[in-house]
Design a protein around this ligand. Structure first.
Ligand SMILES: [Fe+2]
Length: 296
């Protein structure tokens, strides 16, 4: 299979988390993930460091998906963004105004079946996280914002949207054996570059955020991030371990609102011709080293 998706090359740039206690949440990310904290004109807060940034806002929306109202993927150039926009318009997708202040003019958003927005755009040079000085980030191991994962009660509709409409490329499927002899899909990992996944979804009882992840460069970075968490008395919530799908080393922590955050390394790189792989719905698939986080 050649990768001819119009989404190909797009990377996760940032996401927004909403909280009823945004100041507390922002302070957590500032300290735990070594980011600087800056107020934005729209009342939200920008957290950023080298190759990672997120926006924290006040929780003003109702509904299960409101905790993480959008994820923002960047294209590398305007021609690709315009081609992608045309691809969505041709399918009759409703384009919405860009909700993030971090993208340049021309960005737009679409709503997924669970009501969460996916926004696509170009990095506004004035807000380019790579070009800015971010205080003490050099004292910490690298952590590039790399993937975001959601949970959903309607995997069928979500897959149709993310795969057929948006053009995410499926890498791995996780399947549960049913008592009647059939199989139920419980997780799908999607890529938009050769990296194993930039987005994934898990079957759950309701739509909710699942986690987002920062990719470090090696096992020693995982150690150093864990030591950093230890110095702040932040307990590891899951791991360290190694995922089956993606084969990445990881640990997760939980922020004050219960959002899960992952530090990862060694995420697998896929060839264009790799077919979809299948994993059993077991703890071992989710963590080859030990206990799994079973969402369904
Ligand atoms: Fe992850």
């Amino acid at each position: 299979m050649a990768i001819n998706s119009p989404l190909w090359g797009a990377e996760l740039d940032h996401l927004r988390l909403d909280s009823t206690a945004p100041e507390k949440l922002a302070a957590f990310y500032r300290d735990a993930f070594a980011m600087t904290e800056e107020p934005l004109a729209d009342g939200t807060t920008l957290l950023r460091s080298q190759n990672r940034r997120l926006i924290i806002g006040a929780d003003g929306r109702a509904g299960a998906a409101s905790g993480q109202p959008y994820s923002a993927f960047r294209f590398t150039d305007g021609a690709r963004l315009e081609a992608y926009k045309a691809h969505l318009i041709a399918q009759g997708v409703n384009l919405m105004p860009c909700p993030t202040p971090l993208f340049a003019a021309g960005a737009f958003a679409v709503a997924d079946p669970d009501g969460r927005q996916m926004t696509f755009g170009l990095v506004d040079v004035a807000n380019n996280s790579d070009a800015m000085d971010h205080g003490d980030s050099a004292d910490h191991p690298p952590g590039r914002l790399q993937h975001v994962v959601v949970a959903t009660a309607d995997l069928t509709a979500m897959m149709a949207f993310y795969e057929n409409t948006l053009g995410f490329v499926p890498t791995d499927h996780v399947l549960r054996d049913d008592e009647d002899g059939g199989e139920t899909l419980t997780a799908v990992f999607y890529r938009s570059t050769p990296e194993h996944h930039s987005f994934a979804m898990f079957l759950s009882d309701k739509a909710r955020p699942d986690h987002h992840a920062y990719e470090a460069s090696c096992w020693n970075d995982i150690r150093d991030w864990a030591d950093h968490m230890a110095a702040l008395e932040i307990k590891l919530w899951w791991g360290p371990g190694r995922h089956g799908p993606g084969n990445n080393l990881f640990f997760m922590v939980e922020d004050p609102d219960g959002y899960k955050v992952e530090i990862s390394a060694e995420l697998e790189s896929m060839a264009d011709t790799d077919p979809i792989r299948h994993w059993p719905h077991t703890e071992r698939s989710l963590n080859l080293w030990g206990p799994g986080w079973m969402r369904a």
